[in-house]
Structure formats: C-alpha cells, structure tokens
Design a binder for this molecule. Structure first.
Ligand code: AMP
Length: 438
C-alpha cells in the first residue's frame, strides 16, 4: 500500500513525501482509514511504530476540510504523559501540516504560562498538552475546549501509571460530549479498558506487534558484572567500542545524575534527563544528543518515554527496570525503521530475578557475556534493590520485585549460558570505581 491510496489531501501527501515516506507502517495503514471515517479508535502500539502519524495525518485531513463559522476554536486536543512526547507530537503536527494553514500549540508545565496564554489567544486548531498544565490553564479560564471535535489520549497506559487518571477525567468534563476519541496505549490493561469504555463509543481496535516480538533488528546482550564495577565497565564499553550515541537507562534520578557525572569525568560527553531537571535543561540535553554533540544521554524510564530518535544505535540498561515491560520499552528505542541496534544490559547479582522476569516476558534467553577483566566476584551476595526516587508510579507497578531481604537473590545456580564473547578487549581488569553507590 502507498500513502497516496489512503485518500489524504494533496497538501498532506506532499508533506509526507518530503519526509521521504512512501509506505504507511502497519499501524498507519490500519488506523488512518478508521480515523478518516470519523470512528473511535483504540490502538495498541508503542512509540517507534509510526503511531503518531497514524493519528496526526487523518486528523489534519479532517481539519483541512474547513472549519465551522465563528471564532477559531481548538478542534483537536492531544493529551500526552510527558513534556518530551508532547513536544514531539506537536513537531509531527507541524511537519505533516506544513502546507496547511492550521495552527498548533504545545503546552506543558515547567515553563512560563504567559507565552502559552498569548498563543491561545491568537487562535489554535490543534492543542498538544500534558494534563496538569492544561488544567492549570482551564482553571484560569485561559483555554476554551468547547469546540473540540477530536480527542487523542496518547500513551494512555503511561498516563495512568503516572497517576493522571483524575486529571484526564477532569479534562473530559470540559469537552463536548459529541466528539471522536482516539486512544493509544502500549498495553490494554483492565484499567485502560475501563477508561476507554467510559469515553468511547463502539471503538475499532487496531494492534501492531509488540516491538520485542517484532524487532529482530535489536541484538540483546547481558554483561554480568558486579554492581560496584558497572560504571567502569560502561566507560570501557563506550570507549573501546567507540559507541557514539548511547541512551543509558538508570532506575533513579540520582543514579542518572551520578552516572552522567562519572562519564563526564572519564572524558565522555554525557548528560542526564529526568523529571527534576528544568524543561530547558531537558530540551538542551535532548537536542545535543540528537545532534551528536552529546554521546551519552542518561535517562530514567519516565523521562525517556516517547523520546523519538531515529536509528538510535545503542541502548544500555545500566540497571534493569523493576517492571519487565519497561525493558521492552527501553530496547524499543533502538533498531527502529530498518536500522540495526544493540541493547546491552549490565546485570549484577541483585538483578538476576529481574532478568528472569524479562526473559519470561520476551520468551527468550538473552545472550550472557562476561567482559574480560570484569568477571563477577562469586563471593558477593545479592542485596535488595532500592527504589529511592521511584516517583508516582513506583508503588503501582513495582510489585515488590527485587525488594526485601533476599528479594533480588538469584534463582538460577549460575549463568545459563555463561559464554564469553569476543566482543571486548581484554585487560580492563585494573579499573575499579571505588564508588559505593549503585
Ligand atoms: P512514532 O511511533 O510515531 O514515534 O514514529 C516512529 C518514527 O518512525 C518517527 O521517527 C517517524 O518519523 C518515523 N515514521 C513514521 N511513519 C513512517 C513511515 N511511514 N515510514 C518510515 N518512517 C516513518
């Protein structure tokens, strides 16, 4: 199938062609006709599948058909869980709508309200917002949502994880009852179904394969290493293999900061992004990373959610996520759109149970490797994993994995494969971090 067969306006097809896209991705091929038909849609798709264009293109098409008489009102509201995702979605709206005379605005917290107020006053067709800031504006009566024809809840599962359900429900009360609803989520939990049942009428379902099952392009590898030596191993891996664009995941904000500092001291251009950083600092780090000025971006799961970087070559799990599904999200950052990627996990003895959970979820064993010079010390015992800054969602899905005395104790007697790869140079054994932090 080609984009030209979908019945989109010529201005939109032109913008798509300028992006170099010819063929719709599976989610686009399925979702676009449904949205064009004005139906409600539940889409099960993760970032990286092309879902953003899947809803943006048909919405633009609808709005391009002309607007109702009277003052310009917001006709499409797109809610996202994070600032980064909001910014990226609005960028897509601009990209695909560049030959149309529609106005869009992105609105999130952490930046001044006044520029957003002025932009709202100037008349907006498509608003992309995080729920909290939208409600701030609604309370101050800066925003009129009475003309909304299409509502999109993007990454609805993450919005629920982050505790936005009440905010979403409050936003819903501000919208006209008669509207088109589109909901995208990586998973369809009971919670998501309940939310959807309350807002959608006879929705169509579309689903694309989860990245872990779909993507054979991501090579996955586990390096067994002692917790105190992870930082040094990461530095060696980056330097010796000349990795240039590496997204590194840590479990906590303080862990992200500490690691970025350590990498910088080792002469590697690195920065951290997480919820405690100002919006400006986050935007700067992200664009530096996209431009290739920053070689390493250290992120927590929430901060990284929705980051859209084409063809990211390396993802490192400096610590395994507490929730196995997050592993799938993390490695979904690499191996996109036809390019190969490598997902490396540094796994210490505390994390063996988490590793087994992940392998059960993805239904395969991940190749285990010991980097020469970093052989784990067999006398080191497992310790419980602390989630010091797990944040709002920590208590909801963490489910106690790895917590409590012995919670992270290995279940297996040893590495299932225990093979050594030729993936690194020997002789890294003299590095010791001396750090007592994980
Ligand atoms: P998304 O899942 O919406 O975050 O999109 C993932 C990436 O795929 C983005 O970088 C898009 O620019 C890119 N993309 C979207 N649609 C297509 C397409 N039809 N062909 C190739 N790449 C695409």
């Amino acid at each position: 199938m080609k984009f030209t067969e979908l019945g989109l306006a010529p201005e939109i097809l032109r913008a798509i062609a300028e992006q170099g896209y010819e063929t719709p991705t599976p989610i686009q091929a399925q979702a676009i006709p449904i949205v064009l038909a004005g139906k409600d849609l539940m889409g099960c798709a993760q970032t990286g599948t092309g879902k953003t264009a899947g809803f943006t293109l048909p919405i633009l098409n609808r709005l391009a058909g002309g607007r109702p008489a009277g003052p310009r009102k917001i006709r499409t509201l797109i809610l996202t869980p994070t600032r980064e995702l909001a910014a990226q979605v609005e960028e897509s709206v601009r990209t695909y709508g560049k030959h149309l005379s529609l106005k869009s605005l992105v609105m999130f917290g952490g930046v001044g309200m006044n520029p957003q107020i002025s932009a709202l006053k100037s008349g907006i067709d498509i608003l992309v917002a995080t729920p909290g800031r939208l409600l701030d504006h609604a309370q101050q009566r800066n925003v009129d949502l009475s003309g909304v024809e299409v509502l999109v809840l993007d990454e609805a599962d993450r919005m629920l994880d982050m505790g936005f359900i009440h905010d979403i429900r409050r936003v819903l009360t501000l919208l006209p009852k008669q509207r088109q609803n589109l909901l995208f989520s990586a998973t369809f939990s009971d919670e998501i179904r309940t939310l959807a049942a309350g807002i959608m009428s006879q929705p169509e379902y579309v689903e694309v394969a989860r990245r872990n099952t779909a993507s054979e392009l991501v090579s996955q590898r586990v390096y067994k290493v002692d917790r105190e030596r992870k930082k040094d191993l990461l530095i060696d891996l980056i330097k010796e293999n000349n990795w240039h664009q590496v997204l590194v995941f840590t479990r906590t904000k303080w862990g992200a900061n500490g690691l970025a500092e350590k990498l910088l001291k080792a002469g590697i251009e690195a920065d951290a992004i997480h919820g405690n950083k100002s919006q400006n600092a986050r935007t700067r780090a992200l664009s530096g990373f996209k431009d290739g000025k920053l070689h390493v971006l250290v992120a927590t799961d929430i901060a990284a959610r929705g980051i859209d970087i084409n063809e990211l070559p390396y993802v490192v799990n400096f610590e395994l996520p507490n929730v196995a599904e997050d592993y799938v999200h993390r490695i979904g950052r690499t191996g996109r759109a036809g390019s190969e990627g490598l997902a490396v996990s540094l796994v210490c003895i505390d994390e063996h149970k988490l590793l087994r959970d992940i392998e059960r979820l993805i239904k395969r064993e991940i190749e285990e490797v010991v980097y020469p010079g970093y052989e784990p010390d067999p006398s080191i015992r497992a310790e419980p994993i602390l989630m010091r800054s797990a944040g709002a969602r920590g208590g909801q899905r963490g489910g106690g994995a790895g917590r409590g005395p012995g919670g992270g104790a290995p279940r297996t007697g040893g590495a299932p494969s225990g093979n050594r790869s030729g993936g690194g140079k020997p002789g890294g054994g003299s590095h010791r971090s001396g750090s007592r932090h994980r």
